[in-house]
Design a protein around this ligand. Sequence first.
Ligand code: ADP
Ligand code: ZN
Length: 743
Amino acid sequence: MIVGVQPLAGFDKLLHYRVPEALRAHLRPGQLVRIPIVNRQHLGLVLETDAVPDVPVEKLKSVSGILHDYPALTPDLLDLARWMHGYYAARMEAVLEAMIPAAVRDGARLKQEKYLAPARALTPDEHAALARKAPKQARLYDFLKQQFHPVKKSLVLSRLDTTAAVAAALVKNGLVREEARHVERVAYADGWSGGEVVAAQPPKLNEEQSAVVGSVSGSLAKGKFAVHLLHGVTGSGKTEVYLRAVEEVLAAGGSAIYLVPEVALTPQTVARLRGRFEAAGHQTVVWHSHLSEGERLDGWTALASGRARVVVGARSAVFAPVHNLRLIVVDEEHEPAYKQDETPRYHGRDVAVYRAKLAGAVCLLGSATPSLESVANVRAGKYHLNTLTKRVDDKQLPDIHVVDMRVEIMRTRGMVTLSRLLVDHMHRRFERKEQIILFINRRGYSSSMLCRKCGHVEECPHCSVAMTYHRADETLKCHLCGHQRGAPAVCPKCAAPDIRWRGLGTQRVEEAVRRVLPRARLERMDTDTMSKKHRFRQILSDFRAGKIDILIGTQMIGKGLDFPNVTLVGLVDADLSMHVPDFRANERTFQLLVQVAGRAGRGDRAGEVVVQTFTPQSGAIQFARHADFNGFADTELAMRKSFQYPPYRHLIHHLFRGPNPEKIKFYSEHWVKKVEAALGNAVEIRGPSAAPIEKVKDEYRYQVWYFTHRTQKVVTELVKLQSEFAWPEDVTQVLDVDPMSLV
Ligand code: ADP
Ligand code: ZN
């Protein structure tokens, strides 16, 4: 037996090994193995088991050992790895490292404990004989017989005050079996759910929900690949639909993967799944990067062994090695957080769809603001569309008031943080003891310092961006590279004392709120305040428990969370997401508005939203205000079509960076000529041009865009050309296929 192994040792080449007799029966494709390379042992993953080597068999070395009993990659995951390697232009090793948790690759041994359970039933005569001859054995046997599960040996022995010899005698006579089991460390076993009360009893579905569940069931019953897009307004009960689909899959013996865009949302979802399925004996595994090594390894083992059949997690949970995959749920499918911003730069949603295809499973994408990519797939007839148009129990969608900040500024003749309308509503809600959330998508105090005399704006010395003022510690910070300096009292350029702080950040909003509502209990939530590990959970559960009146935060608090007592949501600066050089800016703004509005009025009281903007007439704001998703999608898709932007063509982004701007410009221009010659009209090339942020961390950046209908072919060609091109040492280049951010 010869196997082809991808080493995880820093290079991309398939190596061949012989398999010693003793390992043959156990070795399967997708398993992690130890292999000798030169004189050292390395880790590798078995890609093929009937490989034909390119050297004589006698010369091959042998596999030294197998890491786990279960393959790290199931057959569909092996195919998925090959696809990602090609489509995302990522090295195979990088793909495997993204797919297999480090804890599993490290092969850390699980802590094992011995467990005891009765091996067979005794006849009354046998039992009587045992009780007479060996009463201690009989007592132990009886105790085990009463348990539903195997019990930990050390525990029973001490509890019954008996010895290992007694247990050994029972094992020897075949009456009791002893097994080694892993001690499981279950993530979130403390039942933390942010204080949300989780009802185990499923609610009765409303008419719309029933129709959606019926449609998804239809696809599940067929047992074939299908994608459903569930477009449901915020609070319409999408989660309940996901739960019913998972339930159906479990009942049929299959497995389900449930993806959420943010680690922060996992506890809430896990609590809902456990509340629903634990009683029926189904373990829900949590899968994300913030778990301890032990938790990860145990969860992985439970899934790989087939013992657990539900997994919840962020992006990488799409790679869980579950058996008989029937369903992948992708909640908030429009979220850019699904895209990984390092190699392999994969999109969790797109990978989910592809894996479902390979596994012949159903992929259920859900959102209140579906991505235009998914909408286009529906319109092209590739995805089924399901809709939930009403909030559960006919709760009203919140009223959205748009405040024209140009008018506010004229009225007050100066900078305004909170408009009069927003302040009025805040007073009213606070007096009624209702809760308020204010969003401002920038941390710090203000976005830049401007000298009124000479016009100087202080920039980061390493990046071409303005530095943000943080009043809490009187510093200017660069949000790109972290560089900081003390806040100047006078202009660093002309020494005039006439400094003005422009733009809003969370700290400035906090200050303004303290001024208008000094009695309110207030918390600010952004990455500056969230450095402590459990602070995030703490604030969210305090807020849910009503110990906080007003929560101020970046979009980190805008996603998916459900707080019934929030009746007012303020979007302090809606323009932040709009004026960025990205063709998705409108889509992002629309999504932000609708999602943020979705946090209001989820309980018994109606909610309202105040949006502050300098461009109230813009389409994204007007369509969001009227909750007109289709109107927005029609307009935006027409725009995308006329420019042939995604979703009408795929976009590949190519970034060149390095310390010397002339050199980067030269090489990127030279490169583009090569691509033009090789690819001709398979691709439309734009650039090279300076990237929107020209310098980051002392490196200059140039970019090239490729537009194409034939992504796979173009990527393959680009990778081939890259390997033939003579790159200088100090030019780094990165290909990003289907990029989600262009700045
Ligand atoms: P979405 O994900 O669409 O924003 P959720 O799934 O969070 O909405 O549902 C909002 C609330 O409504 C939740 O508290 C949920 O338990 C509840 N809910 C969902 N479906 C029903 C139903 N059929 N009857 C009563 N309550 C429901
Ligand atoms: Zn910087």
